[in-house]
Ligand binder design. Sequence first.
Ligand SMILES: Nc1ncnc2c1ncn2[C@@H]1O[C@H](COP(=O)(O)OP(=O)(O)OP(=O)(O)O)[C@@H](O)[C@H]1O
Length: 324
Amino acid sequence: MGMVDYLQVNNLQKLYYVNNSKIKAVDDVTFNVKAGEVFGLLGPNGAGKTSIIKCICGLLDYDGGDIIVNGYSMKNKRRKGLRHISAVLEGNRNIYWRMTVKENLEFFSGINGISSSKVKERINYLINQFQLQQQKDTVVNKLSRGMKQKVAIAISLIANKDIILLDEPTLGLDVSMSHEMRSILRGIAKDENKTILLSTHDMNVVEATCDRLIIINKGKIIAKDTVDNLKSLFNKEIYKVTLMEGPKNQLKERLKKVAQLLNYQKQAENTSLLLQLDNGNQLIEIFQLFKEEGISLIAIEKVTKNLEGIFIDLLKEEQHEILL
Ligand SMILES: Nc1ncnc2c1ncn2[C@@H]1O[C@H](COP(=O)(O)OP(=O)(O)OP(=O)(O)O)[C@@H](O)[C@H]1O
């Protein structure tokens, strides 16, 4: 083991046929997820996230490429592969609504063949992890939507499989429940060395939970990276500068020597510039330039880009290179 990726998705293709036409819901998607890693599938509605997850957990056949689960191809070794997978899909929760939280956990541990000595220990562990102490004897039907989602995810972990697939695990949760869910998921992946693949359309969920991600749109991967890299790639120091008057050509040329001039707009009363700097020190040089040219500064503000902005840009441009 060690180096083996628990989940490999290689050149996956999934087609749907609707009214004699073909929809490429998943188009040549390749990624792998290691043990202990939380991996995000990020994309807008219809991007193909659910289709990918359903292909991985054997609910859908695929049309091209392959999915390898702990060494088993889901094309011809599906049953062996499935032994390593637990999935929580939206609207398809394996919960018994009339049983209590604890009864559900016991039931699903039973049918998944865990020895009884370990069952109690694991149930207690999950009840603690998911902070379900107060709800453990409540009938699931009486719980809030967020609580039900927590229970569904706890159940997916009771059998102690290697790979957990979660389709939109924070959808419809309130802010505090969503935060709690993110930290539970991260904790479980790290503590138990699980491979967690989650889909979401929410960049904040990815930012708080995932190690790596792919961004998909219309079935295609448009970015694949670590969350950190993707953030730093786009976290350049960009400043929006407003000047009292239009810069003379000389100033423009001088500015270009110090920083990257991304945008320059002359309005009736003033001029705004968008400058990209490599470090804060360049800002001092820029101020010096304005002073030497006798130009008054009206305003300067740092333009920060969070992942949300990056995501929106990527969807717009559908490529990795864009900076603004
Ligand atoms: N059973 C189906 N028959 C025909 N087309 C389908 C079917 N299921 C999904 N699609 C289409 O495939 C594409 C990808 O859908 P999918 O549900 O995988 O996307 P998604 O990223 O999960 O989006 P959402 O967040 O809206 O569920 C969409 O264009 C969708 O309309």
